[in-house]
Design a binder for this molecule. Structure first.
Ligand SMILES: NC(=O)c1ccc[n+]([C@@H]2O[C@H](COP(=O)([O-])OP(=O)(O)OC[C@H]3O[C@@H](n4cnc5c(N)ncnc54)[C@H](O)[C@@H]3O)[C@@H](O)[C@H]2O)c1
Length: 447
């Protein structure tokens, strides 16, 4: 079986490495962070992701990590690069980490007597990066010719944090941009072993795959923003129900129900920046990507809209504690990058309000940003019993259980961004406000 190396053992890399090992590949992982390397070698998951620890435990014999790039080249036939590509000011992705990882590996390839090595770029890059700068760097450093001594594929992932393992093993589609047919064939064979659902494998030129990656995420964010605008409209119209409308829209095959809920804006490490990168890329070619820009603008508005809604109700109740349930950008992840919950807390603090938050997975990350400026609760129940306004920002299962037994203050305003609570179970003290619903948009306490 082909031996694989994975460079970058962060949120995506460690999951990919564990999935490959679980499917029987010998894996050698590399990271500049020694703690991650030690964790893997001790059989401990270095990041939180559902199902990851179980995979690492079951595949322990196949999964090793090192900080030695030479060892990685010599012990594998194919290397996956899953290092950060942070956004530059202009929206483009920086390739500096990719370059710093590719250079020592290409140098190690130059020294080795292997006939061929496959380099797979998984990090999200701006279109034109692989052919324009990464392949020339490998050629120059390894002193080998593309498609002779080495091949290159661009193979971005479409996983979502919180479901990385299932998305990886059961993908809708595998995207492969290939430097030639042989390189694409090698990578296809790997995915045929790894994927459990025989997915569509979309093979194409490297530049087409680079464009496909960022335009897919740009399209999804456009869909989310469309549903959010619809939710805003429904809030203003008696009798209109966002959930009934999106359910009908989603039943149409041309639309589909996914990412069409209507509520808070999107966040996280991929959607916001991928959409902006798409607009920046279009601009470089003289095209004004108006839809992508408007999507970004609508997304910014959603947080402002929530803050306004919260402030309306806060001023009408009292100046007590406001609690925020959900600080990560979505359930089942500790990640808070571009999270609406974080932006909401920032806005509340700017108005000198007292804030208590609860998020089982993300509180530690929130502490890095807010320190002792807010109170970190250990339960949803405590938040509700100690606050007069509570805002539920994520569709976390635990929050769906909230009922009247959690409530102390009369009145307590509960703002439900995703309409996951059952208003009839909340009791008489609660004034229930639902984003996207006119009939739950006005409370007597605020009249
Ligand atoms: N996390 C996601 O949801 C997701 C989804 C799709 C695509 N991606 C893309 O995957 C890439 C990685 O994302 P991530 O979230 O896993 O990042 P991350 O920051 O969690 O992990 C990256 C890892 O790479 C390591 N690293 C940096 N330079 C290195 C080097 N020269 N050699 C070895 N290791 C090095 C870092 O120490 C870190 O552990 C990015 O391009 C991102 O856009 C991420």
């Amino acid at each position: 079986m082909t031996k694989l190396s994975v460079i970058g053992l962060g949120k995506l890399g460690v999951c990919s490495a564990a999935c490959f090992a679980y499917k029987g590949f010998e894996i050698i992982g590399v990271d500049i962070n020694k703690d991650l390397v030690n964790a893997i070698n001790n059989g401990v998951s270095p990041v939180y992701e559902p199902g990851l620890q179980e995979l690492i435990t079951s595949a322990k014999d196949k999964l090793k990590a090192t900080q030695d790039y030479k060892e990685a080249i010599n012990a594998s036939d194919t290397t996956f690069f899953i290092v950060p590509t942070p956004s530059n000011e202009d929206g483009y992705f920086s390739n500096k980490y990719l370059i710093s990882a590719l250079r020592p590996l290409a140098a190690a390839l130059k020294e080795s007597n292997k006939a061929y090595h496959l380099f797979v770029i998984t990090s999200t890059v701006s279109p034109g990066s692989v052919n324009g700068s990464l392949i020339p760097l490998i050629e120059k450093t390894s002193r080998r010719k593309l498609n002779d001594g080495f091949g290159v594929c661009y193979n971005p992932e479409f996983i979502a944090l919180g479901s990385v393992i299932t998305d990886f093993l059961d993908p809708d589609m595998v995207l492969i941009g290939e430097s030639n047919e042989f390189a694409g064939e090698q990578l296809t064979k790997i995915y045929k072993t790894v994927c459990e659902n025989n997915p569509y494998i979309a093979r194409m030129s490297i530049i087409s795959a680079e464009i496909a990656k960022i335009c897919l995420n740009s399209y999804v964010t456009m869909k989310i923003s469309f549903a959010n605008t619809l939710a805003n409209i429904c809030e203003a119209i008696p009798g209109a129900n966002i959930d009934h409308i999106t359910k009908a829209l989603g039943a149409d095959k041309r639309i589909s129900p996914y990412y069409l809920k209507g509520g808070l804006g999107y966040g996280g490490p991929c959607f916001p920046r991928d959409n902006r990168a798409f607009a920046a890329f279009a601009e470089k070619y003289g095209i004004d990507a108006k839809l992508a820009k408007a999507t970004d603008e609508v997304n910014g508005f959603q947080v402002k809209h929530l803050v306004d809604l919260a402030l309306d109700h806060i001023s009408a109740t009292n100046d007590g504690m406001i609690s925020v349930l959900g600080i990560a950008y979505k359930p089942n992840t500790p990640v808070i990058e571009e999270s609406p919950g974080i932006k909401l807390v920032e806005a509340l603090l700017k108005r000198n309000l007292k804030v208590m938050v609860y998020d089982e997975l993300a509180s530690d990350n929130a502490k890095v940003i807010f320190g002792d400026r807010i109170i970190y609760s250990t339960s949803a129940k405590e938040c509700l019993s100690k606050s007069s306004v509570c805002i539920v920002t994520t569709m976390t299962d635990e929050f769906k259980k909230i009922d009247g037994s959690y409530i102390a203050n009369d009145p307590t305003v509960v703002i439900d961004c995703w309409r996951i609570l059952e208003p009839s179970r909340l009791g008489a003290k609660v004034k229930y406000i639902a984003v996207g619903r006119f009939d739950y948009g006005h409370c007597t306490a605020c009249a």
